[in-house]
Ligand binder design. Structure first.
Ligand code: C5P
Length: 239
């Protein structure tokens, strides 16, 4: 059994800029401690010996620069790049077509903009996929969760969802390759677009297990998140 990794990194990062205009440097290329976010993420996965190949989906205009960067940081052997798509799901689909995994191999999909993923969590996810065929990293909800209806006057609560039933989905999300391919094919045939891979696998009728995530493994999304990521990095370096 081999382990492949897909890193969708073809977003525009519009939430990082005031007015949500496209960022001049999409967030996955911003730097943390002088190193691009994508390189931090690549480092985390490249350091896991079980991982055979990492496929990164990027915008066509970034392909050349990133290929050179991967070489510069010494990842050329394990990493390849493919062109991303309009949605995250399309970016992952393009990478899934490019990797040569057998049905029983494991595929982990991880947001390029979660650079603080740690080796132990990656290894825990791989073990959970070996056991359950499908597993994602998630965090229990600490807030009380409300379901709302959006109205012209703002949101109105329609119910309270007991938080013991809620998990906040993070990545990596891991699956047997054959299962993931089938879920993507079914979603495409039905015109379904999900915001994560688990939602595609769930609708294909397969149970997905959850392994414990960590608050540090957050998605760099808005201004201020870079400072928070720097804080976690400093804390990790001091340990
Ligand atoms: O936009 P969102 O927060 O869902 O982005 C999650 C990840 O998906 C990011 O790493 C982003 O670069 C990637 N993405 C992508 N292709 C898109 C949109 C997002 O690879 N078209």
């Amino acid at each position: 059994m081999r382990v492949f990794v897909i890193l969708p990194a073809a977003g525009l990062g519009t939430r990082m800029t005031p007015g949500h205009s496209p960022s001049p440097a999409p967030k996955q290329f911003l730097e943390l401690r002088g190193v691009p976010i994508l390189i931090h993420t690549l480092r985390a996965f490249a350091s896991v010996p079980q991982i055979t190949e990492i496929c990164v989906a990027v915008r066509a205009s970034e392909m050349e620069r990133l290929t050179a960067q991967a070489r510069e940081y010494g990842f050329a052997g394990k990493v390849r790049f493919v062109e991303g798509g309009e949605h995250r799901q399309q970016s992952v689909a393009n990478a899934l077509k490019a990797i040569r995994c057998d049905d029983d191999d494991v595929v982990l999909v991880h947001d390029a903009v979660r650079p603080l993923i740690d080796t132990a969590t990656i290894e825990r996810t791989i073990r959970a996929v070996e056991k359950h065929n499908a597993a994602i990293v998630g965090l229990p909800a600490v807030d009380t969760i409300k379901q709302v209806e959006r109205t012209a006057d703002g949101a109105i609560i329609t119910s309270t969802i007991p938080r013991e039933y809620i998990v906040r989905a993070q990545t990596p999300q891991g699956f047997r390759c054959g299962l993931l391919r089938r879920a993507f094919a079914e979603a495409e045939a039905d015109g379904f677009i999900g915001t994560d891979e688990a939602s595609l696998v769930e609708r294909a009728g397969t149970q997905v297990a959850v392994v414990q995530g960590s608050p540090a493994n957050f998605k760099i999304t808005q201004p201020g998140d870079l400072e928070l990521a720097e804080f976690y990095l400093e804390h990790q370096a001091a340990q």
